[in-house]
Design a protein around this ligand. Structure first.
Ligand code: FMN
Length: 322
């Protein structure tokens, strides 16, 4: 018998399961991973970072042809206005991270007809995002892989944010198992956002050495640093310690290269923040292997649909009304 797993979040965005694929940079681009998560009943947030307007447009076309359960993510200091307008008009949701909530950006999203979501690291930021008109809040704890915004562990942050806002709250940071999902729901979350675990999905465009490192590592190897910030603002981020060791061992100014969509090779500087995709050539051990504290529970590369199903076992059958 299937039980009702709907929440205020799933009803708002129109998906079956309150399991959201986090934007995970290039590892989530080319929409196969998003399509797999949405196809399995979850919600996918597609990373717009470093895409041209034409590339983002194509990707949104492919997503729209298959699902309505997706959003497009922008890292605010790297935001491209043309891409934002495209997403606001053509995606069902636009999600922001790493900038103070801005009513002007939320208005652009709503004018285009999309829902607005903001990933926050503190109660103050959550309240500001709601004041700006956001429809969904993602509360990110310090356990999170990739860029880390706040200073509080997830459950402490949820304790503050959940009772203070009247929009759905997703929990992000360190979630990789059904038990983690259950703990987030018990703390009042309406759903979860998961990044690191999906880097080890078969459909992710993640370098196999990075995926293998995630499987091998335990949580104590995930560390916060500002080191991988060449050419971008130096936000704190969580990577495996072995990446910091690896980058110190190389002495060239460049670390390697990746393929662009038009078939050129783009050279990457040492300490670059780029997510390491399958087509990377060079010193892979010196690239940032982003990993949240959830990394200890990443045990195998598996199809995204299987990951969604495993996580969904932690979603309680009925939600208390909020
Ligand atoms: C490889 C990687 C890249 C990420 N890139 C982004 C990004 O471009 N935009 C964003 O809002 N969040 C980004 N994040 C953070 C996620 O939104 C989310 O907070 C995080 O993955 C949750 O923690 P977890 O990795 O332990 O599941 C990234 C996370 C990872 C692991």
């Amino acid at each position: 018998m299937t039980h009702d797993t709907s929440t205020t979040f799933t009803r708002l965005v129109g998906c079956r399961l309150a399991i959201q694929l986090a934007p995970i940079g290039a590892a989530g681009q080319g929409p196969q991973l998003s399509l797999a998560v949405a196809g399995a009943g979850g919600h996918a947030v597609y990373p717009a970072v470093f895409l041209s307007a034409a590339e983002l447009s194509d990707d949104i076309d492919r997503l729209r042809a298959a699902t309505g359960a997706f959003g497009v993510n922008f890292v605010v200091p790297l935001l491209d206005r043309e891409c934002l307008e495209i997403a606001a008009h053509r995606a069902p949701m636009v999600d922001f991270f790493y900038g103070d909530p801005a009513a002007e950006l939320v208005e652009i999203v709503h004018r285009g007809g999309a829902l607005a979501s903001w990933q926050v690291g503190s109660l103050e930021e959550a309240l500001a995002a709601v004041d700006c008109g956001c429809d969904v809040i993602v509360a990110q704890g310090t356990e999170a892989g990739g860029r880390v915004r706040g200073r509080l562990e997830l459950l402490r942050l949820l304790e503050q944010v959940v009772p203070a806002v009247d929009v759905p709250v997703l929990a992000a940071g360190g979630i990789a198992s059904a038990d983690d999902v259950a703990a987030a729901f018990a703390a009042g979350a309406d759903g979860v956002r998961v990044g690191t675990r999906f880097v080890a999905a078969e459909e992710a465009d993640a370098h196999p050495d990075w995926q293998r490192a995630l499987i091998d590592a335990d949580s104590s190897e995930s560390v916060i640093t500002r080191a991988f910030s060449a050419g971008v603002p130096d936000f704190p981020h969580r990577v495996l310690q072995r990446s910091l060791d690896g980058v110190k061992r190389i002495h060239s100014q460049t670390v390697g290269s990746v393929l662009t969509r038009d078939g050129q090779r783009r050279t990457l500087p040492r300490y670059c923040s780029d997510v390491v995709s399958r087509d990377f050539e060079g010193h892979v051990e010196a690239m940032p292997f982003y990993a949240g504290l959830s990394v200890g529970r990443v045990r195998a590369v598996m199809p995204a649909a299987q990951i969604v199903a495993e996580l969904a076992a932690g979603v309680p059958a009925t939600q208390p009304a909020r």
